[in-house]
Design a protein around this ligand. Structure first.
Ligand code: ADP
Length: 356
């Protein structure tokens, strides 16, 4: 049934693209149309909202997209949207186009934009779309599974040639400041070591272990480093391994290849569930929420909670900010943050236990 207050909603993809975004767009369109609501596809994220670049999407328009990487709505980064004038133009264009609410698919930056719009009377729901899995409020972000599978396919290939040539390959993977792709792919590819920003890298222990394994006859060495290590960490580590162990060492940066490709089944299914949930939330009159996937279930979390939890996990929250939280919220956030850190620590430990 059509909801009286929602005649037309918008959908946009913003920030870094991720495989599975199309599946989410498709689910938003099909779920809304089923409820008798029109959907305006907004192009290039918030840029399209400011430049009035949008068009109505029918279910036919989202046919044959669930299987494709990238995003049919394209993505962009739009600094003008962050200014009061840009935001005002975006709100006016929503009003002009009869947009009653927006589903914003993207990462942390996208959600900040969604919060600004919600505050100015355009209800928004966020869907986490980023390969980095770096949104603390959700166990899973759309694109993460596909990116990991792309990485392991590439690394398996490198490992084959490492074995033939008695070589080491240091591979830099994406994830921005989050080490999830690195650590899970380290486990999945049998890497000898993983270097991530969250946990100090014990280079001496690693070199020592590599030398011992060489004596035992191991000929292939994969090291996975997260881009969060920054600067020339990966290149420098490659050179140091070669000079200290005598094992020929090569460097590989997988870069944007990790962002493309057909989404995996997991990404398609979770994106579909999230897209439908976002429409349900909007039509229930809810807004300023992030759709999440936690403990195997689709749920929703308040944007403000998601932002603060991220800050706490990343050690960026001030004592005043933490003290200003309601006691029950603070307690829940601290437990959530602790669980997230423990999960990463245990993945990291397992990756290194398996590399002996
Ligand atoms: P992601 O959503 O993947 O984190 P970005 O950080 O690039 O990617 O954000 C995507 C877009 O969201 C930006 O280009 C901008 O238009 C908007 N945005 C980002 N940060 C903010 C902010 N603090 N306030 C309002 N809008 C923002």
């Amino acid at each position: 049934m059509a909801n009286k207050t929602f005649k037309r909603i918008g959908v946009l993809t913003s920030g870094g693209d991720a495989p599975g975004m199309n599946a989410a767009v498709r689910a938003v369109v099909i779920s809304a149309v089923f409820k008798g609501i029109e959907v305006m596809g907004i192009y290039e994220g918030y840029k399209g909202l400011i430049e009035n670049d949008m068009k109505l999407l029918s279910s036919r328009d989202v046919s044959n997209i669930i299987n494709h990487g990238g995003t049919i709505l394209f993505s962009n980064r739009c600094d003008k949207f962050k200014t009061p004038e840009g935001l005002q133009i975006a709100v006016e264009n929503c009003r002009k186009n009869g947009i009653d609410g927006i589903v914003c698919i993207g990462g942390d930056g996208t959600f900040r934009g969604a919060t600004d719009l919600s505050r100015l009377g355009i209800p928004c729901i966020g869907i986490p779309g980023t390969i980095d899995n770096d949104i603390s409020a959700t166990d899973y972000t759309i694109g993460y599974d596909t990116a990991k599978n792309t990485v392991i396919e590439m690394v398996d290939r490198l490992r084959d040639t490492c074995e033939s040539h008695d070589r080491c390959n240091v591979v830099e993977v994406m994830g921005r400041n989050a080490g999830y792709i690195a650590v899970e792919c380290g486990i999945a590819t049998g890497a000898i070591a993983v270097a991530i920003k969250e946990i100090p890298f014990d280079k001496e222990e690693f070199i020592d272990r590599m030398q011992k394994l060489t004596k035992l006859g191991k000929r292939n060495f994969i090291v996975i480093a997260s881009e969060g290590m920054g600067g020339d960490f990966t290149e420098n580590l490659t050179k140091e391994i070669q000079s200290r162990t005598g094992i020929e060492s090569k460097f590989a940066r997988l870069a944007h290849v990790q962002r493309g490709g057909c989404p995996t089944c997991t990404d398609r299914v979770i994106a579909t569930l999230m897209g439908k949930k976002a429409v349900d939330l909007l039509t229930e009159g809810k807004y300023n929420l992030v759709v999440c996937y936690n403990n195997g279930k689709i749920c929703d979390v308040e944007m403000e909670y998601a932002f603060m939890l991220d800050k706490i996990v990343k050690g960026k929250a001030t004592e005043e900010e933490i003290a200003s939280l309601a006691p029950d919220v603070r307690e829940k956030m601290m437990i959530d943050a602790e669980n997230i850190k423990e999960h990463m620590n245990s993945l990291y430990e397992i990756a290194h236990i398996m590399a002996r």
